[in-house]
Unconditional design. Sequence first.
Length: 310
Amino acid sequence: MGAAITDHLGEHPEDATLELQELLFESLAFCRLAERFGDHSLCDLTRHGRGRAVLGLRNLIPGDFLAARFNTAHSVVLFSATLSPAHYYRDLLGLPDNTVWQEVASPFAAHQLEVRIRSDISTRFRDREASVEPMVAAMAQQYQRKPGHYLAFFSSFAYLEAVLARFREAHPEIAVFSQTRGMPEAQREAFLARFTPGGEGIGFAVLGGAFAEGIDLPGDRLIGAFVATLGLPPFNDFNEALKARLTARFGQGDDYTYRIPGMIKVVQAAGRVIRSPDDEGVVVLMDDRFAQASVRALLPSWWSLGNPIP
């Protein structure tokens, strides 16, 4: 395509519109990436209707591109609040085996955050319908125990809407408000503006969305969060292809594709509750899998995890 556009513009310079030039640059960039295609990447074709196909190159293992840069550097410092577990980031980022890892003590203390696990609830797809009633009861119980502002995170809008509808029916006395599909910026700002100091209500949102990370609601603007999902990426052709590649390369395809990325999102969402040394709050993790040792090991070390609520 790039060659065809270049030839056309050479013969018809008057056709050099901004749109055509952008298409030229994008096609050339795509071709440069295609020249480096390997088992670190995936080429896929998505059809959205006649004449609307999308050809994509997805990088699955960035370490294959980054390792050479790390090796030529005198030193590199990587840091993040969620740069854990170490082996996951070492493998995917292409870091040397002798990379030094240091976990800095959290500025927060365990007594600031009460973490409760509802092991009597399953959010697996086959159990979604049965989970709605006990989930509504658990949220209402915590709210009545300590009224204030909470965020409730779900794996999808469909799940969110089902629980929200039942919650409104069962507890009309509790104020609720919700993230919506394709929410414009003005509505997102209005959603956050509901979290006023001393206010009360439960905001419903999707995990991994606009309200699960990067927002600060200190003090009593937010005193708790409900997380009704392990945050697992969807089971689809792309993620299964990613799992196969990561299994072949590192032998941990399921963990690297699903469990670890999901728990990173859970931790980020729960992190909205404690934003300063003076904050206190509660996080209710609603799924029996949170009681599994392999899952608990992916939660922050400073959290005090009590016995799961059966």
